[in-house]
Design a protein. Structure first.
Length: 93
């Protein structure tokens, strides 16, 4: 996944190599997003066989997939994920 800046340009990337990757503001997460609009425990991404699923946990500002709110959804190449005011782009390799 690629973290995008305010202009939509890549700022940082991270690989999903674990079966479950936790994302949030708290330092105990696998991916830490230091932004007030991201909850401490915002969501997790789960990989089961060939399917990658994002699941909202304790997110005040929700999880959006291509601008649609989703508590759970399958991630596909090119999708844009919004967590609070943070945008991530899914890049499958």
């Amino acid at each position: 996944m690629v973290l995008l800046d305010d202009m939509g340009k890549p700022r940082r990337s991270f690989e999903l190599i674990k079966p479950v990757t936790r994302i949030g503001r708290d330092s105990n997460n696998d991916v830490i997003l230091n932004d007030k609009t991201v909850s401490r425990v915002h969501c997790f991404i789960e990989i089961i066989e060939d399917e990658i699923t994002i699941v909202e946990e304790d997110a005040v500002n929700g999880v959006y997939l291509n601008d649609y709110p989703r508590a759970r959804g399958t991630l596909e190449d090119g999708m844009v994920v919004r967590l609070g005011k943070i945008f991530l782009c899914v890049k499958l390799i």
